[in-house]
Structures are given as C-alpha cells and as structure tokens.
Ligand binder design. Structure first.
Ligand code: MN
Length: 182
C-alpha cells in the first residue's frame, strides 16, 4: 500500500505564538512529508509493500523502521495539538490523578522528561501492559507500540520541531491537551 501524508488538522499558523507557521511548514511539509516519501520508496517490491504502518513498525528494522515509525509519531504529534484549549476526558483525569497525584504533577513530570531527553526523541504518555499510565522518553524514532504500550500523547523533542525561532514570546505556557482515545 502507498502511505500518504496525513492532513494537518489545523492551519499552519494556528499554533502561534507557541509554534510558528514557519516551524510547522518545515516540520510538516518538509520533514513529515519526507518520511512518507522515503518509506514509500524503501518498501517498494519488499515484504513490507502491503503492510499497514503499524505492521511495518512491529516487523522492520533500520531505515524502514525509522521512516515508518517517524510517520506514526508525527501523525500522533500533529493530531494531538489544537488551537483550542481542551481538557482531558473524565476517565483520563482520574487516571492521571491515580498515577501521578495531580494534573500539575503530571505536567511537571512530562515536561521534565521531554527536557531531559538527550539528543533526538519523543516524550510519550502511554498506557503500559498493566494498565498504568507511564511517561516515557524514547530516542530517535523509537515507538511505544514496540512494548505493546498504548500511546495517548506525545511531544516531539527532535530539534527540527522547535529550531526556528518563534517571532513573539508566548505569554503563558501551552496547555497540554488530550486525545480522544479513551
Ligand atoms: Mn519531528
């Protein structure tokens, strides 16, 4: 199957002043599209040609894994952001309080994990195999699916996600939204 670039769920300038239009243009139009094109050319006439993205992630290694996983990770990242303020569902709020003590503690721990990640990678909020929420730092293109975790939220800590300077300094920290998965 041919993999396609997801449609961005917001306008390129919708996240300003936190994430600039230029950053989104580079990140989505150049990097994200690049992973899609690269994967399609790498899997042509291979055993991966008819697999879904998740199947490729679970079965491949090296360059094919890196490009497939980066497509998954970026799809997740862009779908997890919005220009509108969101609140977590009731059940997610309960689980966050159960596993981190409070929303404030969760935010602190999540941001700390992202900031402390050395080099390129991703910070994730996932559900582990025991049903607990976990915050994970994963390097490069690594993916929670490999440990059978269910991902809920991610933050891209690759330099290309933020290296273009935001024209105006944000007045407050961005709100952490939630996904509609639970
Ligand atoms: Mn990225």
């Amino acid at each position: 199957m041919v993999h396609t670039l997801m449609k961005l769920p917001f306008n390129e300038n919708a996240l300003e002043p936190y994430i600039s239009k230029e950053t989104i243009q580079y990140h989505y139009d150049k990097h994200h599209a690049g992973y899609v094109n690269k994967l399609n050319s790498l899997i042509e006439n291979t055993e991966y040609a008819e697999m879904t993205l998740e199947e490729i992630i679970k079965k491949s290694a090296g360059n094919i894994f890196n490009n497939a996983s980066q497509i998954y990770n970026h799809d997740f990242y862009f779908k997890g952001m919005s220009s509108k303020e969101n609140v977590p569902s009731n059940i997610l709020s309960e689980w966050i309080e159960r596993d981190f003590g409070s929303m404030e503690e969760f935010k602190k721990h999540f941001l700390q994990t992202a900031v402390n990640l050395f080099g390129s990678g991703w910070a994730w909020l996932s559900i582990d195999k025991k049903g607990n929420l976990v915050i994970e730092a994963r390097s490069n293109a690594d993916n929670p699916l490999l440990d059978e975790h269910i991902p809920l939220l991610t933050c891209d800590v690759w330099e290309h996600a933020y290296y273009i300077v935001t024209p105006e300094k944000p007045k407050h920290l961005p709100k952490i939204g939630t996904l509609e998965v639970i």
